[in-house]
Ligand binder design. Structure first.
Ligand SMILES: [Zn+2]
Length: 575
């Protein structure tokens, strides 16, 4: 491509709307433009990066035996009513009526549509397994779209669905996808981790998220420095460490804590550590109040609570709600004498002689003991893991790091096939439900995550496999015949070698050409300018590390080809 003919509108100013690096850089590098909240137009440069990801994904999905198809974006509500998700999905599902008053929705995901296809067209165990995927635009009506392509309302996704005869076969399909995903993200040139993820109420251990490690990640990844354990926060199980047993349970006492309502201020006032206090939080779980007991210095992991209660929705109660239910003002609630459902974190169950709210304004209680002073309905692992907890698998040292979820593999089981009555005839002549799996990759998100992981003050630093152009040639002497001839020759030669190349032939000052080349993040920059006239040399620079080499024109192409081959991740062994 010739820059002079390209729609590649770079911005010098930092756009006010952008909150994170990838968003800022994608706007500045002319990837995309916002049409409306959470919805972007992809300009040629951005689309080229997206296509690079798509190609890698497509090759690896095909290699793993999946078949590509393309499903509609508009889906009839009827299918969603069959699975019960029309009710459950919430306002992220954009619903509307067509001119014939038929209720429809814009697909945020395609389990219903694909199950409908398979139940109509796959009838025998002989036709299984089948794994179908598409690369398509999805729509989720996020309440607060943000971070550009990271959490948009409209986005490009690869979604795959596998159908198998049995649990064992479905697990084999699952692990095949898991391996394919590892190859995909490796080929994209990304630093990532596959982590155990929460599989919610569906159960089973068969859910992994693929996280690109980056400081701006929305999720926290927990991994062990001593073994292979890796999980997201929601899933990371906290193992209870042995507590020192105190011999004597002390006498329960009500103590004054005038105006002290927060953990910090209560502890400061009583001169105790937050680890000696138990806080009582009230949540509404599907509209039922539940008191949750946690050690004062711990954070609740809501997903763990949700799973314990089997609730579809869990939300912290408002102060006024808590008062209506308990008649206790905020900050003084405690479990002693409390009549609503109470659940306690494992750690609380092992504590003795601790402090709690006194269920009366300006009072707390000390020397409280579970079992003697109050009862709970359940104890479970409810808190967030911390870096000082031991690894749940080996007891080793944990590390917490930020990550961006770019892929998710999930064993679904028979939930969808049962609710949609999708069956096949097995070898024994019996009708059985398909055992399903689903596998997503946020294609547009991969591009954003790649940038979050690879940029500096000057702009993007694309990994070679995702770079829209691998090489940029700067012609710094448009009016000089020799310089222009050399630049044009290199341009044609690289094209002949099927290298994606951008020739900056704009009538711009060298300074802005250098700036744009850095901003765009093209891995290799070739400068044809005065050095060619003075000393017969052309400069090559690597964006990633700033390394510069000068060479005679005949050396440029071989040097580039060899460096590109070094950086390329496409050489993967056959499975
Ligand atoms: Zn470990």
């Amino acid at each position: 491509m010739r820059y002079s003919q390209a729609l590649l509108p770079t911005l010098k100013e930092i756009p006010a709307e952008a909150e994170v690096a990838s968003h800022r850089l994608m706007l500045r590098a002319g990837f995309m433009r916002k049409l409306t909240a959470g919805i972007y137009s992809y300009l040629p440069y951005g689309l080229a990066a997206i296509r690079k990801v798509e190609n890698i994904v497509r090759e690896e999905m095909n290699r793993a035996g999946a078949q590509e198809l393309l499903l509609p974006m508009v889906q009839p509500a009827d299918l969603w009513i069959e699975t019960g998700r029309y009710e459950k999905y919430g306002p992220e599902l954009l619903r509307f009526f067509d001119r014939h008053e038929r209720e429809s929705c814009l697909g945020p995901t395609h389990e219903e549509v694909i199950t409908d296809i398979v139940r109509k067209d796959v009838h025998s165990y002989r036709d299984l397994p089948v794994n179908l995927y598409q690369i398509q635009t999805k729509f989720r009506d996020e309440i607060r779209p943000r971070f550009g392509l990271m959490r948009g309302r409209e986005f490009i996704m690869k979604d795959a669905y596998s159908f198998d005869v049995s649990n064992e076969a479905a697990e084999a399909s699952y692990w095949k996808m898991y391996e394919a995903y590892k190859r995909i993200f490796t080929r994209c040139g990304l630093k990532f981790r596959a982590v155990q993820a929460d599989s919610g109420t569906i159960g089973g251990s068969f859910s992994h998220e693929f996280m690109v490690l980056a400081e701006t990640g929305e999720d926290t990844v927990v991994f062990c420095q001593d073994c292979d354990y890796a999980a997201n926060m929601e899933k990371a199980a906290v193992s209870l460490r042995k507590q020192e047993k105190i011999e004597r349970l002390e006498q329960l006492e009500k103590i004054q804590t005038p105006g002290k309502r927060k953990v910090d201020t209560v502890c400061e006032f009583l001169k105790i550590a937050p680890s000696q206090l138990v806080k009582t939080l009230v949540f509404m779980a599907d509209d039922q109040p539940v008191a949750v007991l946690l050690r004062g210095d711990r954070q609740l992991e809501e997903v763990k609570l949700k799973n314990l209660l089997g609730a579809a929705d869990v939300e912290i109660a408002e102060s006024s709600q808590v008062y209506d239910i308990t008649k206790v003002p905020t900050g003084y609630l405690g479990p002693v004498g409390l009549t609503i459902k109470i659940v306690a974190d494992l750690e609380v169950a092992a504590m003795q002689n601790f402090y709690v709210g006194g269920n009366e304004k300006n009072y707390h209680m000390k020397n409280v003991n579970l079992g003697r002073d109050f009862q709970v309905d359940a104890t479970a692992d409810l808190r967030q893991i911390t870096r000082s907890d031991p690894c749940p698998e080996c007891g080793g040292k944990l590390k917490l790091t930020e990550g961006i979820e770019v892929g998710h593999v999930f064993k679904l089981g028979t939930g969808y096939s049962e609710s949609m009555e999708a069956t096949f005839q097995d070898s024994d002549g019996q009708d059985k439900f398909f055992v399903m799996g689903c596998y997503g990759i946020g294609i547009s998100r991969v591009v954003a995550a790649a940038i979050e992981q690879n940029y500096d003050a000057d702009g993007i630093i694309f990994p070679v496999p995702l770079a829209p152009y691998t090489v940029i040639i700067l012609n710094l002497g448009l009016k000089d015949e020799k310089i222009t001839a050399a630049a044009e020759h290199l341009y044609r030669e690289l094209q002949r070698q099927e290298i994606d190349v951008l020739l900056d032939d704009r009538d711009e000052r060298p300074g802005s050409k250098f700036k744009d080349a850095d901003l765009l993040g093209i891995p290799f920059r070739v400068v044809v300018g005065k050095s060619l006239l003075n000393s017969g040399l052309i400069e090559m620079r690597i964006r990633k590390n700033g390394a510069v080499e000068e060479m005679t024109p005949d050396k440029v192409i071989p040097a580039l080809l060899s460096k590109i081959a070094d950086e390329s991740t496409e050489k993967t062994d056959d499975p």
